[in-house]
Design a protein around this ligand. Structure first.
Ligand code: IMP
Length: 193
């Protein structure tokens, strides 16, 4: 089964395809002629995932899903949260975001944080939401070069390595996005029967 996923981020595609397995073939907005940035202007992860899925459906007429993720840091009152992509700058500058996060946590002993992903699936005109969360902590310097975004600063509970020191398979065993995607896959399998 082919399914349209609202991202052109190669890292995300790889992670999500690995979780979904060969039964589902991911198609990108670019594959469907949608090359503009998909709007995400809502104040919540749920709102943004939903806005992206509805936008893509309106542009293509296809069933599709979109995700939105935030890093929620306890000592920062849940920031950067829905603003994770544009924390330090207007663009998706991962290095600048990580520098700002470390600066804002300087001297802070509470390093608790979690990643939260919300997926909006639009199927036959109906919307379904799925959530995935992983708890962990923010360390005080970057470690590792795999993955993307805040991965070099985040160690999930039960591990002593950052997401950026893990393979895609290892990250997918516990990650927020993988957990949400497994719920999506379970749902898609359940309605196929
Ligand atoms: P998006 O909504 O999935 O595009 O995520 C928003 C921002 O959160 C990204 O620009 C990244 O900075 C960060 N982010 C999302 N997922 C991950 C992840 O798996 N690891 C690290 N950072 C992530």
């Amino acid at each position: 089964m082919k399914i349209l996923f609202a991202t052109n981020n190669a890292h995300k595609l790889k992670e999500v395809q690995a979780v979904l397995g060969p039964t589902f073939e991911l198609v990108t907005p670019h594959d469907c002629g949608v090359d503009e940035e998909i709007p995400e202007e809502q104040p919540t992860l749920e709102g943004n995932a939903s806005q992206k899925a509805h936008y893509l459906h309106a542009r293509t007429g296809l069933d599709c899903f979109a995700d939105d993720t935030g890093l929620e840091v306890e000592a920062l009152g849940g920031a950067p949260g829905v603003h994770s992509a544009r924390y330090a700058t207007d663009g998706h500058d991962f290095a600048a975001n990580n520098r700002l996060l470390l600066r804002n946590l300087e001297g802070q002993t509470n390093r608790r944080a979690r990643f939260r992903t919300v997926i909006s699936l639009l199927l036959g005109g109906e919307e379904h939401l799925f959530e995935g969360v992983v708890q962990g902590r923010i360390i005080d310097h970057e470690q590792g070069s795999e993955g993307f975004g805040y991965d070099p600063l985040f160690i999930p509970d039960g591990y002593d390595r950052t997401f950026a020191q893990m393979t895609t398979e290892q990250k997918n065993a516990v990650s927020h996005r993988a957990r949400a995607v497994r719920k999506l896959a379970d749902y898609l399998h359940s309605i196929e029967k």
